[in-house]
Every structure is written in C-alpha cells, then in structure tokens.
Design a protein around this ligand. Structure first.
Ligand code: FAD
Length: 155
C-alpha cells in the first residue's frame, strides 16, 4: 500500500454497522462491526473510527483492526478504564445496528507473506499482532514456519 492509496482511503469514508461488544477481560473490550460495503485491508493495518450517533468533541480515533479480513468482521479492541474519554463513553453506549464511519484502512504495518517472525507487544499493543497471527492461521493452513510472540502486560 502506498502513501497515495492511504490518502485516498482516508478521504473515502465507509459506513460500518455495530454488531456487538465483548468484554475480553476486566476493562478490555472488543467492538465488532459489519461493513456496509466491501472493505479491503491487510492484517495489521489501522483505520480512523468516527462516531456519528452522538455529538462529542474529537469523535475520531485511530485503532488497529484486530481481526483478519478472512474473519469477515471488523474488530477493534481497547482498554476502557473507570473514567473513559467521551469517545470511549460513546462507544460503550452504542447499540446494535448503529452506524459509524471508517476512514482507511491504512498503514504499512503488515507482513506480506508468513515467514519465521518474532512479534513483540505490550498491553493493548497486541491488536495488530492478533490480526496478523489469525490471518496466517486462516490463510496459510500448511504454514510450517514459526511465529514467536513476546508479550507483556501489567496484569
Ligand atoms: C496507528 C494507531 C493504532 C492504534 N491502535 C489502537 C488499538 O488497537 N487499541 C487502542 O486501545 N488504542 C489504539 N490506538 C490509540 C487510540 O487512537 C487512542 O489514542 C487511545 O485508545 C486513547 O483514546 P482515549 O479516547 O481513551 O483517550 P484520549 O482522549 O485520546 O486521550 C489520550 C490520553 O491522554 C489523556 N488526556 C486526554 N486529555 C487530557 C487532558 N486534558 N489532560 C491530561 N490528560 C489528558 C487521557 O487520559 C488518555 O490517557 C492507536 C493509535 C494509533 C495512532
């Protein structure tokens, strides 16, 4: 993906529909969306997620897409503590069927072909690696290489 195609992707808003939220562990939430039109991304890329259902200041945030395109769902995951930002508060109030806007996907943080690899992640920084590992598992069923993940979080 080139810089120009990234700009084009950001300038082309795409509608997504909220499906459900999953509390993965204490304070860690995954939000799942369906695309209203085909959205193409490479596992590891990110996008801007824009809130439309309520008026807040700074209604847009960047999130890595934590799902593989082969899962047919757009997933973002984040930590939401006891005093969330207005953006995250609005996300927690979102109802199934509510529309949001995605700008992107963009970025060069992906691997073209599975090969022996070492990922290093901390905390919620796991999200693009979750997408890449899932993608390799689904796409390259006969993958014989080794993926190492070094991961640490505060709990
Ligand atoms: C490429 C990319 C990918 C990303 N992927 C993810 C992801 O997968 N998951 C994820 O959770 N995040 C991701 N982020 C970060 C995400 O965009 C948000 O910045 C992050 O989730 C914090 O958002 P927030 O709404 O909680 O806090 P924000 O409102 O954005 O504030 C950021 C921090 O500043 C502090 N702050 C804000 N205002 C003030 C103030 N006035 N005084 C003092 N402190 C203040 C807040 O407490 C908070 O800790 C990504 C960012 C980028 C650039």
């Amino acid at each position: 993906m080139s810089f120009l195609s990234d700009i084009k992707a950001v300038l082309t808003p795409k509608e997504i529909v909220f499906r459900e939220v999953i509390e993965e562990s204490e304070g860690i939430y995954s939000f799942l969306f369906d695309a209203c039109e085909p959205i193409d991304w490479k596992a590891g890329q990110h996008a801007l997620f824009v809130i439309k259902h309520t008026k807040i200041k700074k209604g847009s945030r960047a999130f890595s897409i934590a799902s593989s395109p082969l899962e047919n769902i757009i997933m973002i995951s984040m930590k939401i503590d006891k005093q969330p930002s207005d953006y995250k508060k609005a996300l927690l109030e979102i109802k199934s069927g509510t529309k949001m806007v995605l700008r992107g996907p963009i970025g060069g943080f992906y691997i073209d072909k599975a090969k022996p690899t070492c990922f290093i992640a901390g905390g919620i920084g796991i999200t693009p690696f979750r997408a890449m590992i899932k993608d390799i598992a689904l796409r390259e069923k006969d993958f014989k290489g080794k993926i190492n993940l070094l991961y640490i979080n505060s709990r």
